[in-house]
Structures are given as structure tokens and as C-alpha cells.
Write a protein that binds this ligand. Structure first.
Ligand code: IMP
Length: 198
């Protein structure tokens, strides 16, 4: 039982919710991303994560634990910061990025990994990448749980040196497992795609 079996109301519209990724599948994918990241950063001697609030909060803590578990012997130093950005209203990107709260420290000289929940048009991420690059980090990469390649509206070169991607998906709007619709559904364990009910 998902609680979505009879569809879900999104504003005035009844939407059908189809499961895209089960929680166990997501956990497995996060563990393999963590292995890859731990191996890539082992020789750099440090990893500084910048989590984009609110959406990436759950994904970020899952991934950070998995990275330190993946690399217990090498034990490179991991530090973290957060930035709170808002760019989304309902199921359509506003295209405007608002900063609700800033980083605690500049990222100058650090090996930075941005932890973001999803890349849709990429506008939010490109604004953040430009802002962090201006602070001259030692390197700047991005990890996202989901990416919608067909919606990308900015050059890939504006999205950091490297992007680690959990899953590529279609243009559909998703909820669950940290993805929300106006603050709802973040606590649902699986990820669902919403489509208009027949
Ligand atoms: P972008 O600037 O268009 O890439 O939008 C990025 C932000 O929009 C993400 O950080 C999410 O908060 C939100 N977003 C984009 N697509 C979805 C979705 O399918 N479900 C929930 N939030 C989404």
C-alpha cells in the first residue's frame, strides 16, 4: 500500500502516482555512488560537501554516511556546509533562484561536492555552481539523486567539472523520498512519478 493507490490531489487536479524507484533500490544506488565518490576523493585528501536545502537533506545524510563507510581505512577528512535555495513552485520551475540562507564558510581551496536532489532545467544548480566557482574551490563536482536530461536548459559545462547521477529519468514530476510537491510527500519512502489520472 503506498497511500497513493486512489491517486493524489495536486491542487485541483487528480494525479496518478506510479512507483519509479523502491526505497531498497535507492539505498543500493546511493551505496554504489558512495563507493565511486570515496575512490575518486581518496587521493585528494579531503571532501567538502555543500548540501542544497531543503530537498537534498535526506539524500545528503544517506550519501555522507555511505561515503564514510565506503572509505573507513583511508578516512579522508569530510566537512560539510549547507545552503538553502528556493526555485520551485508547484510542478513547474519558476526559473528564479532565491537564496533563503547562505553557506557558513567560503569554499575557497576546498574539494567541493554539491549534494542536490534533482536536476530539472539545471538553472538552480548553474547559479550555485557559478557562485561557488567565484570563491575559487580546489575542485567542484556535483552529485544528484535524479536527473531529467530531456529538460536540461543550460550547458552541461555550467554544472561543474563532474556530475555523479543516481538515476536518469524522463520529464515527469516526481514525489517521495525527499521530493516534494509544495512541501508534501518528502517522507514517503519510494519515489513516484505523477501523471494526470485518466
Ligand atoms: P531546476 O532549477 O529546474 O533544475 O530545478 C531544480 C529544483 O526544482 C530542485 O532542486 C527541486 O527542488 C525542484 N524539482 C525539479 N523537478 C522536481 C520534481 O520532479 N519533483 C520535485 N521537485 C522538483
Amino acid at each position: 500500500m503506498s497511500g497513493f493507490d486512489d491517486g493524489v490531489m495536486v491542487g485541483e487536479t487528480k494525479m496518478q502516482a506510479n512507483v519509479l524507484f523502491k526505497e531498497a533500490q535507492i539505498t543500493e544506488r546511493v551505496a554504489s555512488l558512495a563507493q565511486e565518490i570515496a575512490a575518486d576523493y581518496a587521493s585528494r585528501g579531503g571532501l567538502h560537501t555543500v548540501t542544497v536545502l531543503n530537498g537534498a537533506l535526506h539524500f545528503a545524510s544517506q550519501l555522507r554516511f555511505a561515503i564514510s563507510k565506503a572509505n573507513p581505512e583511508l578516512g579522508f577528512e569530510m566537512t560539510s556546509d549547507t545552503i538553502h535555495l528556493a526555485s520551485y513552485h508547484g510542478t513547474g520551475s519558476s526559473g528564479e533562484v532565491k537564496k533563503i540562507s547562505d553557506l557558513t564558510h567560503p569554499v575557497t581551496g576546498k574539494h567541493v561536492l554539491i549534494l542536490e536532489d534533482i536536476v530539472d532545467t539545471g538553472k538552480t544548480l548553474s547559479v550555485l555552481v557559478a557562485e561557488l566557482l567565484a570563491q575559487k574551490p580546489a575542485s567542484l563536482a556535483v552529485v544528484v539523486l535524479l536527473r531529467k536530461p530531456s529538460k536540461l536548459a543550460v550547458p552541461e559545462s555550467d554544472l561543474g567539472e563532474k556530475m555523479y547521477v543516481g538515476f536518469d529519468i524522463g520529464p515527469e514530476f516526481v514525489v517521495g523520498h525527499c521530493f516534494d510537491y509544495d512541501g508534501r510527500f518528502r517522507d514517503v519512502p519510494d519515489i513516484y512519478a505523477l501523471s494526470p489520472a485518466e
